[in-house]
Design a protein around this ligand. Sequence first.
Ligand code: APR
Ligand code: PHB
Length: 396
Amino acid sequence: MKILKTQVGIIGAGPAGLTLALLLRRQGIEAIILENRSREYVQARVRAGLLEQNTVDIYKSLGVADRLLREGQEHRGVYLSFDGQRIRVPFGELTGGRNITIYGQQEVVKDLTDEWIAGGGQIYFETPASKIEDFETDSPKIHFEYEGEAGILNCDFVAACDGFHGIGRRTLPPDTYKEFTVTYPFSWLGILAHVAPSTDELIYAYHERGFALHSLRSDKISRLYIQVDNDDLIDNWSDERIWEELAIRLGTEGWSLKTGPIFEKSITPMRSFFTDNMQSGRLFLAGDAAHIVPPTGGKGLNLAVADVKHLADGLAEYYQKNSIKALDNYSTIALKRIWRAQDFSNFMTTLFHKQDEHGSFTYQLQKAKFDYIKVSEAYATTIAENYVGLPFEVFE
Ligand code: APR
Ligand code: PHB
């Protein structure tokens, strides 16, 4: 039996677990990360790539933003398109200079893993955690399996950063939380293509054939998405059909879409999910383990980073001042931002996806919202400030 010991046992090496580990290191708190998958698998997983200002600031403060600042692209606005009419919401003027940065999540994960390992951090890949025990006492245990051998990680606290399918949430006592779920009647077909982006900033588009999003990764790589039915299959979508559909949905006068070889394509369902409590005793959930937002708005990674910032603050207060107060308040403070992001992600999703027939009541409401953004700086400001992410002080 392999026995390990640390202060904070972290399950999961996604953005939540890795960011937490580095935040704790800065406070002189020890952690060990257990990750189910291989390093290669985790680093190849293609996900969204939108970093809020808060997230970039945290990575800068941790000294892991060199490549992000070099290779990521700062965007000072976003294009919104409806029935072929495109407008721009500028962030700078509306939010006092806050922006977003486009940088793939798998690149973030690579940078964080490299930094954790370079600083001597312990991380066990291909090591599934199977059970969390004694989290209502001062000495919780995480059971795991490593190279065919059973093991126990003894720790002071457990951070379940183990994603939607992890064991953390299922370990919370059932009477301590409620779950809320909405499954949307559409999915996203996402592609990565070897082609220069046809836009300098993201384009979110409503079209009577369905939603489309033009995002980017670099001067040579574009990331794009289209709304498809939940039961649609990737085999129904040849590269040619995807480009054709994107050109129609994103189209606006005087603009054309560049096309190129597609090297990644997949379909992802859309859901909103969260629990109204993220802790019990010495067990804390963070990131996708506790909440999922639909990707319209790019909040997933940013919420995970905000959660672990609060968790690291609480753990620092415990170890430095022997006070449990901030840790007790963890769910309450994290949930304020989570609710806000749930609302904003749902707002962006329902505004830009085809939900009902063109010309229906729902369509008219969507159009009324879009027309209002065009004339009201106040309305555009609420979109801009949510999109770039509200500062931490707002919720503290
Ligand atoms: N034992 C060890 N590791 C586990 C276990 C387990 N039992 N179950 C899950 N994991 C690992 C997964 O393999 C994964 O690498 O936990 C990790 C969770 O990482 P993510 O799913 O990336 O979740 P999180 O870190 O919360 O990141 C937030 O933002 O853009 C969104 O969904 C996107 O991943 C993204 C998320
Ligand atoms: C992405 O670049 O993958 C991305 C950007 C914005 C979103 C979703 C995904 O809202």
